[in-house]
Design a protein around this ligand. Structure first.
Ligand SMILES: [Zn+2]
Ligand SMILES: [Zn+2]
Length: 173
């Protein structure tokens, strides 16, 4: 809708004001969109690193750039029906959180002090990397069965918070 009527700027309607997401919801929705690019046969994960309300890097889970991915050639981990959180080395995919960290390295900037918004709680491997990358907060939407991850996050003093899915009708008008 035009914000100008009869040449006079109009205030946005109350309805439109109310659907405006908070910053946390906004970044979590973007992480969910990033996840749609996933090439994992099992789980679509999206991650973004944010500092001072600005996105530093994004990542989703999938095979290294330019290589065949599990969606096309299959996945041994899936074929063997490996339980969630176990034997990650059998899959050629890189986790979303790792890809976000790698993207920052690729471009050569620090992600120290950043917040991770991720569709899922990071696994223990990603958690170790996030701790040493200097990530200070982790906001996630879906839980992940990994007690070691939670234990280490608490030990490292990283703030973790679950942000539920937004419940509103998008209106791009
Ligand atoms: Zn795989
Ligand atoms: Zn992981």
């Amino acid at each position: 809708m035009s914000a100008i009527q009869d040449g006079v700027p109009q205030e946005p309607s109350e309805a439109k004001k109310n659907v405006r997401p908070s910053w946390d919801e906004y970044f979590m929705e973007i992480a969910a969109l990033v996840a749609t690019r996933s090439t994992c046969r099992r789980r679509s994960v999206g991650a973004i690193l944010v500092r001072d309300k600005r996105i530093l890097a994004t990542g989703y889970n999938g095979a290294p750039s330019g290589l065949a991915h599990c969606l096309d050639i299959g996945c041994l981990r899936e074929d063997l029906n490996v339980a969630s959180g176990q034997r990650h080395e059998l899959c050629r995919g890189i986790h979303a959180e790792q890809n976000a960290i790698i993207q920052a390295a690729f471009h050569g900037f620090s992600i120290r002090g950043a917040t991770l918004y991720c569709t899922h709680l990071p696994c223990a491997i990603c958690t170790k990397m996030l701790i040493n990358a200097g990530i200070e907060r982790i906001y996630y939407r879906n839980g992940y069965a990994d007690d070691l991850s939670l234990t280490m996050l608490k030990e490292a003093g990283i703030q973790i918070l679950q942000i539920p899915a937004m419940n509103y009708h998008r209106n791009f008008a």
